[in-house]
Design a protein around this ligand. Structure first.
Ligand SMILES: [Zn+2]
Length: 264
């Protein structure tokens, strides 16, 4: 069982005037910025997950991946490609704990987790990577544009290159990427059926947000033809701990894993 992984306040050095700020913050209960609510990822080496590193971030942090099972049906579940949308990470932590105890879920398939796709952004509580690039606009989809924050070229960033190579090497048949705060389940490529099956397990409606330029959805879904789901929790999900997120969205993830069958 995963022990207490309630979001904990980040450590910050006290600054002059911090006391005044702290008093103000106490007065604004519930308004601490998401940067201060990032749960740590805990890799439990006693679990049978195979661990590997997909690449390194601008600042040298590893993009750790965890893999369980074997077989042609590869499912990739990832979170926090936008570092200020952290709720998917503690949810994947629950999945990481749950899955090894339920081998029927990964029989004949390989489940790959990338819990923190933008580790520098996650560490800073910011959307972009350390170069100020939105990684979810940096993929070589046909709609990529050179706007500010998209990177000088597609795949200009080490994190997006790592993900690109991961897709080439592992060829997932389904991808789930967890974001906030748009409160829906979006899909790209041939993902509608999967989106509807996932939506039926929770309170998130299927909504087509439209292909964003150079997004992972546009690249994986439209260019590679892989069903890809963009899950959008609400902003408040940042405040929920792993067990609460799991009680709301665990079944949704298991549905994505076992699709088109229902989870056992
Ligand atoms: Zn996002």
């Amino acid at each position: 069982m995963i022990h207490s992984r309630r979001p904990t306040p980040g450590r910050r050095t006290a600054q002059p005037g911090a006391l005044v700020g702290a008093i103000l913050l106490i007065g604004m209960a519930g308004c601490i910025p998401p940067a201060d609510r990032r749960p740590a990822w805990v890799a439990d080496r006693s679990l049978p997950w195979k661990t590997w590193i997909a690449g390194r971030s601008v600042e040298g942090r590893s993009l750790e991946c965890y893999e369980l099972g074997d077989g042609p049906d590869v499912v990739l579940l990832m979170a926090s490609i936008h570092g200020n949308e952290p709720a998917g990470t503690p949810l994947l932590q629950e999945l990481y704990d749950y899955l090894p105890r339920h081998p029927r879920l990964f029989a004949g398939r390989r489940v790959v987790l990338l819990p923190i796709a933008n580790p520098d952004g996650y560490a800073r509580g910011q959307r972009h990577n350390a170069h100020g690039v939105d990684l979810n606009r940096n993929f070589p989809a046909s709609n990529w544009t050179s706007s500010n924050g998209h990177g000088g070229t597609a795949l200009s960033e080490p994190e997006s290159r790592a993900l690109y190579e991961l897709l080439q090497r592992h060829r997932p048949r389904r991808i789930v990427s967890i974001h906030q705060p748009l409160v829906c389940i979006d899909y790209d490529g041939p993902g509608e059926e999967l989106a509807r099956a996932m939506s039926a397990t929770c309170d998130l409606p299927v909504k087509k947000l439209g292909g964003r330029p150079g997004s992972l959805g546009s690249y994986a879904g439209d260019t590679l033809g892989i069903p890809i789901i963009t899950v959008e929790f609400d902003a408040g999900a940042t405040w929920l701990d792993g067990p609460t997120l799991w009680s709301r969205y665990g079944r949704m993830l298991l549905t994505a894993i076992s699709f088109p069958q229902s989870p056992p």
